[in-house]
Design a protein around this ligand. Structure first.
Ligand SMILES: [Zn+2]
Length: 440
């Protein structure tokens, strides 16, 4: 049985990708016709095939969207990443669109800073980039919103953010943002609930210093202050009780692979220092159960690499953050292979929902969507090893874990990864949300 999405309009397609895809509740053979515009034209039987690329019984998936990365471009004196290197990792990890956060130096809180950042994407990005902005001065907010892809707010200090949004300013700011229509992502930790973090010397102590209660208090404050019209999304949720709370409030949120897969250990070093902290087994297991049950709308990497010597120095001086854009989808595809999570859950939380949240016509294999597609061989399991990854930082918190990397990655019907190697050109562009009705 084939599930044809309407008749193929006919005429030669620019490309026909043939393989298997998840359709109607199972993997079945498909032919995906791609038009000259790089959009999917039909899915099903193609009458008049042009250039045909047959991947046999390998699986064609939509490329993922990573809502949350820090490529820190320009890199500053301690930087180990850039838009060029970060987007190649994204491409190799099956991520076709990244949301780049604004806490660079200088912070992206003005139209000038946004222009400068856009100039750094053009001709350098392997995949598309959506640029977040920090709100900056209230009088310039409208001009900034006309250019930015989304906003990011910090309710607590973190890397590059010394002045979080003061509690008394939050309701007014959210009110102004609600009228602008852009998605708003919030880093929700309440610093008044932190213990003295300078005393923390390992990831388990870091978890006690920035406890789950700090996240719960910040989300409480956010839900009270957020007007109904605001498109608000909570970054890196680590506490199962918040999954229930945010779902019943109808608020979007994400979990990260590191909070889903790793736990805070007293014997680990500052490579595992991240904000919010890695949690204990109860929270980690609860988050994983919620994820596999399809209760977590989005997974995002919060890719935030730092040089190894800074991460292996004194814990209190080490910066927070782990790399992850290249391993996010591959780690979870390995979990699919092991039967730990259903494939449709991974497709929803890494491909479909994040793309929808940012107003992008991708993340589904359906007519009208961009032909941003992956080819995956579920038999080709490998082991994550930092020296086989492409992060200039040269380390990963997932060393030794099983992963399934995409064999191919297509951007708008053009192949950018073949046999697991980047073969594309830096043709990624800056995209902005379009919340007009998307193709079904
Ligand atoms: Zn972040």
């Amino acid at each position: 049985v084939r599930h044809d999405d309407g008749p193929d309009p006919g005429g030669p397609a620019a490309l026909v990708l043939a393989g298997r895809a998840w359709r109607g509740g199972r993997l079945e053979p498909v032919e995906i016709a791609v038009g000259e515009d790089g959009r999917i034209r039909s899915v099903g039987r193609v009458r008049d095939a042009g250039r045909r690329h047959d991947v046999g019984d390998r699986v064609i998936l939509p490329a993922a969207t990573d809502l949350h990365v820090h490529f820190r471009d320009p890199p500053g004196p301690t930087g180990v990443e850039s838009i060029a290197t970060g987007t190649v990792q994204a491409a190799l990890g099956g991520v076709g669109l990244v949301g780049e956060m604004p806490n660079t130096s200088p912070e992206v809180s003005s139209v000038d800073a946004l222009d400068a950042k856009e100039a750094r994407v053009r001709g350098r990005a392997a995949v598309d980039v959506l640029l977040y902005a920090s709100p900056g001065s209230p009088s310039a907010l409208g001009a900034l919103a006309a250019r930015a892809g989304a906003f990011k707010l910090y309710l607590s200090p973190t890397t590059g953010i010394d002045r979080p949004v003061p509690p008394e300013e939050l309701p007014g700011l959210l009110g102004r943002l609600a009228g602008l229509g852009l998605p708003v992502t919030v880093h929700a930790e309440d610093p008044s609930r932190f213990l003295d973090p300078r005393k923390a010397e390992n990831p388990a102590a870091w978890n006690r210093a920035r406890p789950p209660a700090a996240e719960e208090a910040a989300v409480e404050r956010l839900l009270k202050a957020a007007p109904p019209a605001l498109r608000v999304h909570v970054a890196h949720v680590t506490v199962p009780s918040l999954v229930t709370k945010l779902r019943s409030a109808g608020v979007s949120f994400e979990a990260t692979p590191h909070h889903l897969l790793l736990e805070a250990k007293a014997k680990a070093d500052a490579r595992f220092k991240v904000n919010p902290p890695l949690r204990g087994p109860a929270e980690r297991t609860g988050m994983w159960e919620a994820f596999r049950a399809g209760q977590i709308p989005c997974v995002a990497s919060d890719h935030a690499p730092h040089a190894l010597d800074r991460k292996q120095g004194p814990f209190d001086l080490a910066p927070s953050g782990v790399p992850g854009v290249e391993t996010m989808l591959p780690l979870l595809l390995a979990e699919v292979r092991r039967g730990e999570v259903p494939l449709p859950v991974v497709l929803s939380s890494l491909c479909d929902r994040p793309a929808r949240w940012l107003g992008q016509p991708m993340g589904r294999i359906a007519p009208g969507h961009r032909a941003n597609l992956l080819v995956v061989d579920f038999r080709a399991r490998s082991t994550v090893r930092a020296d086989r990854l492409h992060a200039p930082a040269g380390w990963t918190p997932f060393e030794g874990r099983e992963a399934i990397f995409p064999v191919e990655h297509w951007r708008d019907g053009e192949r950018i990864v073949a046999d697991g190697e980047f073969v594309g050109r830096p043709g990624g562009t800056v995209v902005r949300p379009d919340f007009a009705p998307q193709p079904p």
